[in-house]
Write a protein that binds this ligand. Sequence first.
Ligand code: DUT
Ligand code: MG
Length: 606
Amino acid sequence: MDTTIRETKKKSWMRWLWGNMGGHRVLYVTAIFMTIVYNIMQLIVPYFSGRIVTLFEESASSGIPLSDNLNEFILNLSLMVGLTLVRITIVYFTCMAYEYVSQHALYKIRNFLFDKIEHQDMNFYNEYRTGDLMTRLTGDLDAVRHNVAWVIKSVVDSFSLFLATAIYFFIMDPLLAICVLSITPLLFLVILRFKKASAEKHRILRDKLSGLNTDVQENISGNRVVKAFAREQYEKEKFNRSNTSYAEANMDTQRTWLRYFPAIETFANLLPVILLLAGGMFIINGRLTIGEYVSFSMLIWAIANPMRMLGNIMNEFQRFAAASKKVMEIYNSKAGIVSKENAIRHPDRFKGLIEFDHVSFGYEGGAVPVLRDITMKVEPGQTVAVIGETGCGKTSLIHMIPRFYDPEQGEVRIDGINVRDYELTDLRHNIGLATQDVLLYSDTIEGNIAYGDSSLSSDEVVKYAKYSAAQEFIDKMPEGYDTIVGERGVGLSGGQKQRISLARALAIKPSVLILDDTTSAVDMETEKHIRDSLNELDFDYTKIIIAQRISTTKYCDKIFVMGDGRIIEEGTHKELCAKGGYYANLVALQMGTNLADVEKFGKEAI
Ligand code: DUT
Ligand code: MG
């Protein structure tokens, strides 16, 4: 894994969450404090019940009727009911506060993550699968929110209730308290062992879910390929395997919980038994009053429940731990390709001088270098072609200009300045790129063309559609420029998509236009139309065209022939024909003539 895109700084999850609660921290701390308060208030009912029973007991033993003590009875009862109402109100507002803070933190983290993902470089996208990233932004984030709203609250709940009750027990009768609390260390031991066992299970479960999501995502976006090869059954079985594996991981996680659950439950249930035994004996020997015993027995759940809950909390916490690790990895990641400090601002247009100076490059994890010592120069306003067999590195070459990747050696310069020195957005705003794989958004055709510049008027959209020979087919569509295309919209042909993508690249009035095989799917006549209209554009720009057809390259000012990551030939159409090398062979092949004729033509033409 590349260390350049990974920030090594490790923050604990607590500090990380705390950092994301900005603006709501006081509310969160208040909620935690109020959680402690309302848990202490849980002692109200048992306490007053005990006192009321003592009142009954005293009136029975002294022979004074309860009616004489009515005021005290009513006071105790009213306090019990009144304080309980106060407690319920506190519980209500506290729960709301947890929910509010957690939703805000989630909102903040989600926005931040989206921004992080948006600004990542190509290496990041090569490394992470879409389904996995989607899982991080949805399921994992929800586990994080659940931790803020529920897990942390439950921990505070359990510990404060347990502690308050334990203290209350000690005040009433230390010996009985020790009897009841004697089994708590055993329970903690069980929970610690459970924590160890469940952490790994949750990690596996989380990875299986991500695998499942990736399968679904790939099948939806690649459905055409599945259909073309009639591989539905195969994909169904593959998905079934992922699904089974996920279900099994879920079962396994549950089984781990169920293995420890009986022990936790048994210890928790032992408490009432101990209370009955010890309390009964203490009443018999007069150590405890009935009233105190009532308080004790009403509070036994307050000791047992937190213990029971602890297992559950630990389970949820492990789910959070597995998820937060994934979320924090993206959160703390750093894109390798960013604007450097004090980068040069260049909001204006470039003149368009492009130079490659001994550029070498290889993909991460790739065995061989893809670009080897490339040196080339494109003058402002020139139109140059890059041609070469498939896989020779043409796309990789042009990806160096908008800094999709940075060279390992050498540098790429625009107007004499290393592209690394420019502010990244300024650099990219100046480059119009029609990529080899056309991606259109689920938007109208107009929206797609105006993607790089939302302020574009409808007239301008039409103008660029005309330049890219898209106007005609758009006009024929039922809703014209308002037709929704892309994933959910009307389907377009490969050539139509290419033309919209060209219009989109032109619409930003780039000072450098790069066309990566953009006219490969359009017919010769349309290609000519595009070529002619590109010469009519009302702004100066440098054009780099990757093409396979001689009909495209022969009008260019210069042609660079690439082979195996190097520039193997360069010159004009005529010069290269005369040379009798790779290009001349290609001409002969595409024109249906022989090499000798091509060479002859070249030599005569020079
Ligand atoms: N390559 C990678 N990772 C990538 C992209 C490409 O390893 O993300 C490899 C594949 C190939 C080489 O780099 O061996 C050059 O690829 P490029 O896409 O630059 O080739 P091309 O000249 O544009 O080929 P085509 O004409 O098929 O578009
Ligand atoms: Mg390519």
